[in-house]
Design a binder for this molecule. Structure first.
Ligand code: ATP
Ligand code: MG
Length: 145
């Protein structure tokens, strides 16, 4: 599925729809260039899970867990990860397969860590379009179906 958004608000709303649709155990991989809109999408996604805490990108902590929503959310940013083994230290395996929702920013850096039933979201600027246009391509597990 391919979506096109024309403002940060639209990307937030799309993220929110996915957060609202997320079911226990769902895993999301979020990719896109620097400044594409991953964090905007993640904030909307968290809002869709009824998370009330402020959501920031866990660039330095690698993982941030939010417990205030209708399901726990593990929000990872693996951009600064040197080696996938570091994920063992933060207990990545235990996050997968249970009730919690897991969202991994920059998952394409470590494609082998993602489970088979992942929903992939790729956010890209579109050359030749206005600066606020984003193409958001969703593949893998279709959670809006
Ligand atoms: N359609 C759009 N969707 C999302 N963000 C947009 C859009 N149009 C413009 N923007 C702007 O692009 C920027 C996206 O920033 P954001 O922090 O979400 O990117 P990011 O992908 O998380 O980047 P990084 O990899 O550096 O963390 C914001 O400044 C936002 O206002
Ligand atoms: Mg970000």
């Amino acid at each position: 599925m391919i979506y096109e958004t024309h403002s940060p608000e639209e990307t937030y709303e799309l993220g929110k729809r996915f957060g609202q649709a997320a079911k226990p155990g769902d895993v999301f991989a979020l990719d896109g260039d620097l400044g594409a809109g991953k964090t905007v999408w993640s904030k909307g996604f968290a809002a869709g899970l009824d998370i009330t805490e402020p959501v920031t990108s866990p660039t330095f902590t690698i993982v941030q867990t939010y417990e205030t929503g209708r399901l726990p959310l593990n929000h990872l940013d693996v951009y600064r990860l040197a080696d996938p083994y570091e994920l063992d230290e933060i207990g990545f395996e235990d996050m997968i397969g249970g009730q919690e929702i897991t969202l991994v920013e920059w998952a394409s850096l470590f494609p082998e860590i993602m489970p088979e039933e992942t929903t992939y979201i790729d956010i890209q600027r579109v050359s030749g379009h206005e600066a606020d246009t984003r193409r958001i391509t969703v593949t893998g597990k279709d959670i809006l179906a």
